[in-house]
Write a protein that binds this ligand. Structure first.
Ligand SMILES: *Cc1c(COP(=O)(O)O)cnc(C)c1O
Length: 351
């Protein structure tokens, strides 16, 4: 962002990663900073964070911490398939549109196959068709179904939809990867136990986002299918994703999980998006694109309004998913921020 040169005084709606570090994560980092600890994950903070994630999911999963979501997704996907396989995902998936080919790179060329589906969610029939349309040796053999929860369009798969996809994947011999950059928002919005939308629905590996939830950096790769985690530590190391001061990737998870902040902070972001949606629905000429279920609102703005808002200093994206202006809320969004933005949008629409 060439116009993003200073620390912003005003909160923005471009992404949830514009927000800072939330107090619970910050405090845990501070505690981890008191003295020495073993390196490369051989420390008590990492052990405790892994244990807390196992408790959270109520299952004996394997957990790894990496620096960002692109690494989490592409390394997890690489561990689910061989280079001659293929990964099926929605056409708006982050792994397809926003990771610079990392999934293909780290899997040594595994092909991504795109399927459509309403509101950013894969259509099960399209998945089945993609698997079955070719069974010959010339086609990259489908091996993974990758789904995003919450989706890139701010929508959610319901528990039933996930179970259906899980069954479909089993039937088609596909492994299931979940991009959970905004997994916390999904759990908070659905009000379900995290196990219900992961391993109980057939998810083999979850990339659980910490950054957008309120941490400085870091995502957890959670293998519910422990077989698939074999030698994942080597994969992380080779990819430059093994933190030597691992405790600073792990400690924030302790702060977020023990306090429950991972859910209260994401519920707050969701509620902010709901409030913003309500404000925008009251402005003549503004349309809302998708069912608003998590922490983003996609709006259709009248001609000229996008430029006018940019002129007023607002940052937001217009290229995510299938267009429209995306307004993303975070743990740090306030009522006042929403009021400022909504007032400016209404003002620009009235010009
Ligand atoms: C933000 C995001 C990621 C992770 O992106 P990084 O910039 O690599 O941390 C992954 N998936 C989705 C859907 C995201 O929104």
């Amino acid at each position: 962002m060439n116009n993003c040169t200073t620390t912003e005084r005003r909160n923005q709606f471009a992404s949830d990663n514009y927000a800072g570090i939330c107090p619970e994560a910050w405090q845990a980092m501070e505690e981890a900073n008191r003295g020495y600890a073993c390196s490369y994950g051989d420390d008590t903070w990492t052990e405790r964070a892994c244990r807390l994630l196992r408790d959270t999911f109520e299952t004996d999963c394997e957990v790894f911490f990496v620096f960002n979501g692109t690494a989490a997704n592409s390394l997890a996907l690489a561990s689910l398939c061989q280079s001659y396989h293929s990964i099926i995902c929605h056409e708006t998936s982050h792994i397809e549109t926003d990771e610079c080919g990392a999934a293909e790179f780290f899997s040594n060329g595994t092909k991504i196959l795109l399927v459509p589906g309403p509101h950013g969610k894969v259509d099960p029939d399209a998945v089945e068709h993609t698997v079955k349309r070719r069974l010959d040796i010339h086609y990259p053999k489908p091996k993974v179904l990758s789904i995003t929860q919450a989706t890139e369009l701010g929508t959610l798969y319901s528990v039933d939809e996930l179970r259906e996809l899980g069954h479909l994947a089993r039937r088609l011999d596909l492994r299931v990867h979940m991009d959970g950059a905004r997994f916390a928002n999904a759990v908070a919005a659905l009000g379900v136990h995290p196990s219900e939308i992961t391993w109980k629905a057939g998810v083999d590996v979850l990339c659980f986002g910490g950054t957008k939830n309120g941490m400085a950096v870091g995502e957890a790769v959670v293998f519910f299918n422990r077989e698939l985690a074999r030698e994942f530590d080597y994969r992380c190391k080779q990819a430059g994703q093994l933190a030597s001061k691992m405790r600073f990737l792990a400690a924030p998870w302790i702060g977020m999980l023990e306090s429950g902040a991972w859910l209260t902070r994401s519920a707050h972001a969701n509620a902010c998006a709901a409030r913003l949606e309500a404000r925008l629905r009251d402005i003549p000429g503004v349309g809302i694109r998708f069912p608003r279920q998590a922490n983003s609102v996609f709006a259709d703005l009248p001609p000229g309004v996008v430029d006018a808002l940019h002129g007023l200093g607002w940052h937001f994206y217009t290229f995510i998913g299938s267009g429209g202006a995306r307004f993303m809320c975070s743990w740090e969004t306030s009522d006042q921020d929403i009021d400022l933005l909504a007032t400016d949008i209404a003002g620009c629409c009235n010009r």
